[in-house]
Design a protein around this ligand. Structure first.
Ligand code: SAH
Ligand code: SF4
Length: 338
């Protein structure tokens, strides 16, 4: 799908057609322009020819039916993955990718291991959302949240991510409230600064994953460029401006970053902020990292709570379809370690 083409097709059309076309695409969630019966036949044919909206994807549904992974094939045959998570409280969250691969090579992440291929266009980001919106429509359900936690580093594809959010937020288009969007970043300071200037109430999540610079640089090489103290200062500016609670993501890796001292250190670096810590049991990827045992996570959580840090624990979604965090690799391959 290439949303820029749509403007070319509509160039000679009266203005109200634009509104109709947007409604068909983003609200009626048509699969094909032939379903857009409000439009004249000739325009439907022209749109189908110049701006096809079918999405090539394979879907995998988890055993408990709560998560669905889509392996989407893009026009240049690159593949990306997106995941739908349906929570018991009626939230339907779509986790979208922002890049094909990722250049940042975090030690625990399957996407990082694949290397970087290219940025996604804003249309390709929106396409992932439309795929699941159409999917949910069949069950009379709607997307309630969009998180940039799939493949890639969203703040290294800043313009396309923001443009996609603007279109998805636009009342004449998809119309999802701005507070329903979350961007997860490995800590790209320049990107967080730009996001602060946008003055939008987008939720920010930061993948911390370590409680000191030495450990963080080992796990996430980007920490050498954007070290912790400077990162935390930048995050504080974001909190002050947006008044949104920031989520610090912390992957719990057995014997690596899950000791009592790490919990104490982490408490110190995040305390006194409008924030919470989200503990994520590490999903095994090819490197020999294992999730911390449940008992260890419990103790770690207790230490944080004793230090007055709000803690949530991420529920493991879709690991039977390799749709869990850090397992998205853009290929139809079930991991060997499952
Ligand atoms: N690049 C961004 C967003 C994509 S990664 C970022 O790093 O934040 C999305 C989330 O998946 C991050 O919180 C990351 O820390 C987490 N993740 C990566 N590998 C993981 C693994 N093996 N187990 C659990 N979570 C993982
Ligand atoms: Fe890239 Fe995020 Fe994976 Fe790190 S965790 S390699 S930043 S996708």
């Amino acid at each position: 799908m290439n949303l820029e083409k749509i403007e070319q097709v509509l160039q000679k059309e009266p203005n109200y057609r634009r509104k109709q076309v947007k409604k068909c695409l983003f609200q009626d969630l048509i699969n094909d322009w032939s379903e857009a019966t409000v439009l004249p036949l000739s325009l439907r044919e022209e749109l189908n020819k110049s701006f096809p909206i079918s999405i090539e994807a394979e879907t995998f549904i988890s055993k408990n039916k709560k998560s669905v992974k889509a392996l989407i094939t893009l026009q240049d045959k690159e593949k990306i993955e997106s995941v739908l998570m349906c929570y018991n409280d009626n939230r339907n969250t779509v986790c979208v990718s922002s890049q094909v691969g990722c250049s940042l090579n975090c030690a625990f992440c399957a996407t990082g291991k694949e290397g970087f291929t290219r940025n996604l266009s804003f249309s390709e980001i929106i396409e992932q959302v439309l795929f699941f919106a159409r999917f949910l429509k069949k069950e009379n359900k709607k997307i309630t949240n969009i998180v940039f936690m799939g493949m890639g580093e969203p703040l290294l594809n800043y313009d396309n991510v923001i443009k996609a959010i603007e279109i998805l937020n636009d009342k004449d288009c998809f119309g999802l409230g701005i507070r329903s969007f979350s961007i997860s970043t490995s800590g790209i300071i320049d990107g967080i600064k730009k996001l602060t200037e946008e003055n939008k109430e987008i939720n920010l999540a930061v993948s911390l994953n370590a409680s000191n610079n030495k450990l963080r640089s080992q796990l996430m090489p980007i920490n050498n460029k954007y070290p912790l103290d400077e990162l935390l200062k930048t995050i504080d500016e974001y909190i002050n401006r947006s008044r949104r609670k920031v989520m610090f993501e912390y992957i719990m890796i057995k014997g690596i970053n899950d000791f009592d001292e790490n919990a104490l250190e982490l408490s110190k670096i995040v305390k006194n902020r409008l924030c919470f810590v989200n503990l994520i049991p590490c999903n095994p990827t090819e490197k020999n990292f294992q999730p911390s045992p449940t008992k260890r996570i419990k103790k770690f959580k207790e230490i944080l709570e004793k230090n007055k840090i709000v803690v949530t624990q991420r529920y493991l979604f879709g690991d039977d379809i390799s749709a869990a965090c850090g397992q998205l690799v853009g290929q139809n391959k079930k991991s060997d370690y499952k």
